[in-house]
Structure formats: C-alpha cells, structure tokens
Design a protein around this ligand. Sequence first.
Ligand code: AMP
Length: 418
Amino acid sequence: MVNIKDFDFAGKKAIVRVDFNVPLNEKGEITDDTRIRGALPTLKKILADGGALILMSHMGKPKGKVNPKLSLGQIAGAVAAALGVSSVKFAPDCADASDAAAALKPGEVLLLENLRFYPEEEGKPVGIDKEDPAFAEAKKEMKVRQTEFAKKLASYADVYVNDAFGTAHRRHASTAVIADFFDADHKMLGMLMEKEVTAIDNVLKNAQHPFTAIIGGSKVSSKLGVIQFLLDKVDNLIIGGGMGYTFIKAQGGHIGESLHEDELMPEALRIMEVAKEKGVNLSLSVATVAGDRFANDANRQVVDIFNIPDGWEGMDASEASLANWKKIIMDSKTILWNGPVGVFEFDNFAHGTGEIAKYVAEATEKGAYSLVGGGDSVAAVNKFGLADKVSYVSTGGGAMLEAIEGKVLPGVAAIVGE
Ligand code: AMP
C-alpha cells in the first residue's frame, strides 16, 4: 500500500474524496469548518508537491436530485481561503468535468459539484420501494450505473486519495467503487483517514489495560453491535445516558417516563450476563437527575435509578453515578467514549456529560490514551472546550461506530484490501 507521505504528486492530478459536508446557515455561510480544516494536511501536501487537486464530496441529502441549497459551489471561496490559493475552479456537473480536469495545471484546484446530486453516487435505486418485485432488478441496474459513474470520476485523475473518514463506512462510487479504476500504486488513504484508522487500531488492537468504554446516547439498538464487540475487549463498560434505562427496566426497575426500548430488554439482560461471564465490570447509573418534562427548564429531582416516579424521566447522570464512573475512568489506561450520559443539549442537564469529559481529559493527562468519537460525544467535548485535552477526537460518527464494531470499512478496504 502506498503511504501518502512517500508519494510525489509533482505533475500529477489527484482526485481526492473529502468530507466537505459542512453545516451552512440560511445565507449559505459555513457555520463550522472543522471538516474542511481536517482535510488540509492532505490537500496542502499534494499542492506543495506540485500536483493539481480535484476535490469531490457530498453535502447533505439531496437524494439523487439537483438541489441548489446543497451546492458545493457555495463553499468554493471558503475552500480557496482555507487552502491559501487565489481561487478554486468549480465544475457545476461532477459527471461532466473532463475538460475542466484536463485543463488543470499544477497547483490548481477544481471542486466538483455535490456527488449526491446523482443517485449513482450512493448506488441506491430511487423512486422504487424495497418491497416492489422490480426492486432487485433496479438495484442491479443502478450498480452498473454506479460503476460507470465511478469510472467517469476516475478518468479525471492520475491518482485517487480517500480522506473522507465520515463516509468510509459506505460503499459509494466516490468512496470505494472508484478505487477499482486505479492500480495499487495510484490509490491511497489521505492523512486524516490514516490518523482515524490508526487511532481506532490503537484502541482495538493495542489497548493498554484497564480499558474502559463509556457508551452513552439515546438508544441501545443503535449501539448493540458496538457493545457486543467491546465485551471481548474492555475491562470496564460504563453504560449511561438514555441507553441505561432499558437495562434498568429489564431488571424490574421502575423508570417512569425515561427513554427505553422494551424489545431490547432481553438483549440487555444477556449483555449483563455475558459481561459477568467475561469478567467485564458493567457499570450502570445508580441514581439519575430526573425532569418532569423533556425541556431545559423542567423541574428536577435526583431519584434512585430503580424508582423513577411516574411523570418523571431520567435526563442526566447523578453525582452518585459520576463518583463511581470517575473512579473507573481515572484508573484506566485506555478510554473509548461514545455518546453523552445525559441530554447535554439542555444546559440544565449537561452537567454529567461535562464531568465525563473532564474525567477523560484528566485521565489523559495522567497518561491514558483516550479516543472520543461519534457525533454527539464530539459535540460534547467541544461544548466543554476539552477537545484538545483528549488523545484523539474522531470526525466520523457512523464510520467510527462501525469501526469499533470490528467491521472493515469499505472505504478503507477498497484501498488497503480486506
Ligand atoms: P446518540 O446519537 O445515540 O449518541 O444519542 C445522542 C443523544 O442522546 C443526544 O441527543 C442526547 O440528548 C440523548 N440522550 C442522552 N441521554 C438521554 C436521556 N437520559 N434521555 C433522553 N435522551 C438522552
């Protein structure tokens, strides 16, 4: 496999899959440019070598149709500013950019229009229901069109670089299929991707013990694979936030109006059983800060986790639970954190998540390796200003979750092999 740091891009055109799916305000201005900044090391290296850049990304969910509100043309100026170049050329049709690509000179940058304006990017048939008998045929046909689309994109460049970790768990035209059109010496992971993959490997393959995973967030169902996989890896598994109440109800607790998933109660009990068998210390809340409605200004009271009154719902971690978790986290050598332990978007219920962020930062200062990932946990460390106090903050939500479930990401596999 080629390492991007060793590759000389001089005189080459590189097509780079970036994740420029940045949030925009009503005026089309970027409200958070983290993703653009994340790609800069790769992009600057290619330009500094004397290469030309063809940038491709998706933005939002246009579902295979042109949507001017999701045009990447809006961010061309911001991309130029971030790269420190005088201008970025824009190709308003990503599947018809051969001339623009051919005209590119070393040091120049061409940004392609939103890939997802074409259904071929995601490769899912549009306008046909999964239950429709014709769906299988439509899917087959779309796969053929997806390959053609990927081939077209590939034809613009000499080298393919994938630096979009956020979409690495998808087998899309630009994230995986395109790689088939480049030989092994002309495709590589970008620097952001390399960092992400290494950070996750560090935790899953080279973890120092005690290894603690903190899994919070809203639903057990969305993190089941992760929890099951981690039971084989960790010494401590902290389950907090909305996820926890399914475990409490499954044990016969009274959880009032708290978030839970009845159909996952048997699985929750099984997880507890497996944790016991494997000697994993599974730590649930002991008490919760409950609110009398789902709002920042709800009335609050601290209640025993097994006895949440009717009309009240658990919304934040209590001091008692935090004290248990602090001890576990501070004694850890490896920490993986995914998902807030309360409704941290409401300032009045953000205390627990802020404390967890602090403990993870303190443990990191003491020498632990900490990886924080998955959309909301990243928002949480940012909210508490602790992003640079943990070892690594992953930029990919779904991709990070799939990677810590032990799945091979299609975007990575397309370049490095299975
Ligand atoms: P996830 O995307 O699964 O990581 O879930 C993140 C969401 O879980 C955030 O929006 C939190 O507000 C929410 N959350 C965390 N704890 C609770 C809770 N106790 N009740 C309701 N929602 C929660």
